[in-house]
Design a protein around this ligand. Structure first.
Ligand code: TYM
Length: 342
């Protein structure tokens, strides 16, 4: 889509965000949360955001939004993100996101937004009735990233197109104003679980908006629910193949093997070496045990943390102050470049 430009002038900095729209699930965990702690341990400055302003592009009940924002914060911490080492905050508390998003609304083109598959999927046939925010959503996302001059963005596969658009916005801004101000961000889409699929249909992404709760494992599910969902997960009648190639054209089997690999920190080859040839009646209980062992400590830690909302609010406020220290000067400079009298 876009020609890359060198980012040598920019210090490596990680940014990523998750919508506090409820039903935090295994896809969010394996595709995003679990990997966030890694960038932190690699010693790169990391900024993680509950994107509450993205969430309201579709209707959110205000009380539920507050609860979900705190629950998501707990999910980050329970997954290993340290709010002292990383910066953890909610988007609406750092007004620079909205300010830069407006500038980007004026840089990005309508056609770019209308091409986004997530816009097409979410607005569906009723585009006239979708919020204007839903269409402009990727410009806010670009602002989230670029207001920190972030260079790396760990996400799941479904965000790839939005990140390409972020690069296009940065390139167009830099060209329009004859500057080399915004970095050309690198998407970081790595691991065996960049696209975790529904447990009911291996061709559909696991999603918080799927009406069937059996399609996803929620991070708040208890051990029984996790085991039951894996036991009932759709599969085909064949045993697991003896080689990785044998997973082609078997979306459900591939999904369960990918999930196993990501949870166990193994490669798909290693999982097949260990479990190839097994019937699902044998493999599923192993996967359920593994999932419970990995996810239960997270869900109980989330419960413990959400029992003290004041403590979470303090973490978010402090994180917002730290985020703002980085964002405010970048926003000021942006206004200067654009020609706003300050
Ligand atoms: P959201 O809230 O839908 O998802 C949060 C993260 O989880 C990943 N993810 C998945 N990964 C693997 N398999 C799945 N089934 C799955 N479902 C979700 C997503 O790829 C994402 O990494 N627009 C973003 C939020 C956002 C953002 C940002 C992300 C706003 N500003 C700036 C990065 C940088 C979104 O709606 O993600």
């Amino acid at each position: 889509m876009s020609e890359s430009q060198p980012n040598a002038a920019f210090t490596p900095r990680v940014f990523s965000g998750i919508q506090p729209s409820g039903n935090l699930h295994l896809g969010n965990y394996l595709g995003a949360l679990k990997r966030f702690a890694d960038s932190q341990t690699a010693g790169i400055q990391s900024i993680f955001c509950m994107v509450d302003m993205h969430a309201i592009t579709v209707w959110q009940d205000p009380e539920a939004l507050r609860r979900q924002t705190r629950e998501l914060t707990a999910g980050f911490i329970a997954s290993g993100v340290d709010p002292e080492q990383s910066i953890l905050f909610n988007q609406s508390q750092v007004t620079e996101h909205a300010q830069l998003a407006w500038i980007f609304n004026c840089v990005a083109r309508m056609g770019w937004m209308q091409r986004m598959t997530q816009w097409k999927d979410k607005a569906g046939k009723n585009q006239q009735n979708a919020s204007l925010g839903l269409l402009a959503y990727p410009a806010l996302m670009a602002a989230d990233i670029l207001v920190y001059h972030a260079t790396h963005v760990p996400v799941g596969e479904d965000q790839k197109q939005h990140l390409e658009l972020t690069r296009d916005i940065a390139i167009k801004f830099n060209n329009d104003f004859g500057v080399d101000f915004f970095p050309i961000t690198e998407p970081v889409i790595e691991g065996t679980a960049t696209r975790v699929m529904s447990l009911r249909d291996g061709t559909k992404k696991m999603s918080k908006s799927d009406p069937s709760d059996m399609s996803r494992i929620n991070l708040t599910d208890d051990a029984d629910a996790i085991a039951q969902k894996i036991r009932k997960a759709k599969t085909d009648p064949e045993p697991l193949p003896e080689s990785v190639e044998g997973l082609e054209d078997r979306p459900e089997a591939r999904n369960l093997v990918n999930i196993y690999a990501a949870l166990a920190d193994l490669s798909v080859e290693q999982v097949i070496a260990e479990h190839g040839g097994q019937q699902f009646g044998t493999f599923k209980p192993s996967l359920a045990d593994l999932a419970v062992a990995k996810l239960e400590p997270i869900s109980s830690e989330m419960k413990r943390l959400t029992a003290d909302p004041a403590q979470i609010d303090t973490i978010l406020r402090r994180g917002s102050e730290r985020a703002r220290e980085i964002a405010a000067p970048i926003m000021e400079k942006t206004y200067e470049i654009v020609g706003m009298v300050r």
